[in-house]
Design a protein around this ligand. Structure first.
Ligand code: NAI
Length: 491
């Protein structure tokens, strides 16, 4: 257990308080432990203590007489202060507070706290810190009340903010909404700057190109957001360590339609091989010549599948149907496909060396960043076709461009790109593309870039909406963190 003074010094709210001042409070702080589910105080109680949460999570509930039940208000995380209002104006507690996990608190008697703060000694900075914290709390409470009235309480619907939303997202989310949610759809991406839009929404829905790094998570937490439901499978855009520290829940849609993504990767392979993108333009131009359109039979070719999880496995089945020899590489080979005729697992270098087509189906993790770099490209066959429908960061784009220029890489099909978040899902047809690397990629006739659309099928959209709403229901029914069925694993 931390000693009281060290703890007070570590409180973000008291960062500008003076040490001499904190030293006067420290000897009067009592350490208390509450077991999960234990009552700390009840709404209406006269409880004369000011609490500082040292570790664990508490939850605040308020009685709603109309509904005849307690309504969950918010979680109270480590380093938060409970009961500052009552410390200055003793009155019965306005909410019930329970230990949501095992909790350690420091407690100080209200009167003692007031006497030290307003008594002798130089406490003006400390007073300002508490006042600042108090003012923030009042603002947050007002917003909570505003959010509760129209939705959670009056209409019994849960408010959820959906970011980076497009027409197809909103349509499916509304169609699949059984009436439980009040969705507010925002076109804009979720970033540290746009996070304030989520004020009054305990949960937000995010997508692949939302920035869920430290700054955004802190900004979301500051406006009371407790849960992030990703409507995608990958979660590389979330700083999970920070989410965990802030006690935020993060869910994803682990599988919505692996077929959709695998089929799109095949569409890229087929189009690049038979140069359908060129043929289409030519014929529309009245040019019916075939020069430059020669492809190869997929039947009998060796295709390398990197990652044989849900999507990779679908790709293996399709490629077998085409009569390909499928070379697979995965840290955990899949028992279902490893004994299929025409399918072989091998090491990464063998896959690189023997495949005419290489397609990536691994997640982006610290181990897979730039899996395809200059060194890997060097090991590939001349004229290889590279397909990436997983995450842009798997491929070092500059090395890919060098490979295309030297003709080592014969063609590339990319549904994802390292720096896609600035462009994908938006219309830049009337604007300039400032990203020279992307602009260079788009000049190659043997490169096909699609705008992260592999997931975009009717079936996948419906599954995404349903699974995301299931996670949100679990959250609003009280599940948190790893209790949620589709929680993203925290490390
Ligand atoms: P999954 O988790 O079922 O399969 C991933 C496979 O990669 C697993 O078999 C795992 O063992 C393997 N793997 C992980 N790290 C590896 C490493 N360092 N080396 C070799 N193998 C490794 O995931 P799923 O559903 O197949 O999705 C794969 C990726 O596809 C997602 O992480 C996501 O980034 C991407 N994706 C792209 C979409 C799009 O619209 N373009 C849509 C959905 C997913």
């Amino acid at each position: 257990m931390t000693d009281a003074l060290t703890f007070l010094q570590s409180l973000p709210a008291l960062q500008s308080a003076r040490l001499e001042s904190l030293s006067q409070f420290a000897p009067h702080l009592q350490q208390r432990m509450f077991r999960q589910g234990e009552l700390i105080f009840k709404e209406g109680d006269t409880d004369p203590w000011l609490y500082f949460v040292e570790a664990g999570v508490c939850e605040a509930l308020k009685r709603n007489e109309q509904m005849g039940q307690d309504v969950w208000l918010r979680d109270i995380q480590a380093f938060e202060i409970i009961g500052l209002t009552s410390a200055f104006r003793p009155k019965p507690r306005s909410a019930t507070v329970l230990a949501k996990t095992d909790v350690q608190l420091f407690a100080i008697d209200h009167e003692l706290f007031r006497n030290i703060l307003l008594g002798e000694g130089s406490h003006s900075e400390t007073l300002r810190c508490f006042f600042d914290h108090f003012a923030k709390n009042v603002r947050r409470k007002n917003k909570q009340v505003a959010a509760l009235k129209p939705s959670k309480v009056s209409r019994g619907k849960y408010p959820v903010a959906v970011f980076d939303s497009k027409s197809y997202t909103a349509e499916t989310f509304c169609r699949e909404n059984s009436g439980a949610f009040d969705f507010q759809f925002f076109d804009t991406r979720l970033t540290a700057e746009t996070a304030s839009l989520a004020e009054g929404f305990p949960a937000v829905v995010g997508f692949v190109n939302d920035d869920l790094g430290k700054g955004t998570l802190q900004a979301l937490h500051a406006v009371g957001v407790e849960a992030i439901a990703l409507r995608c499978a990958g979660f590389n855009n979330v700083d999970l360590k920070v989410a965990q520290e802030l006690g935020m829940s993060v869910t994803r849609v682990p599988a919505y339609s692996p077929h959709a993504v695998a089929e799109h990767s095949l569409a890229l392979m087929m189009a690049l091989n038979r140069k359908t993108h060129k043929a289409y333009q030519r014929v529309r131009d009245g040019n019916f010549r075939l020069e430059g359109l020669v492809g190869f039979d997929f039947h009998g070719q060796t295709v390398g599948v990197v990652g044989t999880g849900k999507i990779g496995k679908c790709a293996v089945h399709i490629l077998r149907g085409l009569g390909c020899r499928v070379l697979c590489y995965d840290v955990t080979p899949d028992a279902e496909i490893q004994n299929l005729p025409g399918v072989e697992y091998c090491d990464f270098d063998t896959l690189l060396a023997q495949s005419r087509v290489i397609s990536l189906y691994v997640p982006l993790t610290p181990d897979t960043v730039h899996l395809i770099d200059a060194e890997a490209i060097e090991k590939m066959q001349d004229g290889v076709m590279l397909i990436n429908t997983s995450r842009g960061g798997l491929v070092e784009t500059k090395a890919l461009i060098d490979g295309l220029k030297s003709k080592k890489i014969g063609s590339a099909g990319l549904d994802v790109y390292e720096e896609e978040s600035a462009y994908f899902f938006e219309d830049f047809s009337e604007k300039t593309i400032d990203d020279d690397v992307l602009a260079r990629l788009l000049t190659f006739h043997n490169v096909m870039v699609t705008s992260h659309q592999a997931f975009l099928t009717e079936e996948a959209l419906v599954n995404i909406a349903r699974s995301t709403q299931d996670s949100l229901k679990e959250f609003f029914n009280g599940k948190r963190g790893q209790e949620l069925t589709n929680a993203v694993p925290f490390g």
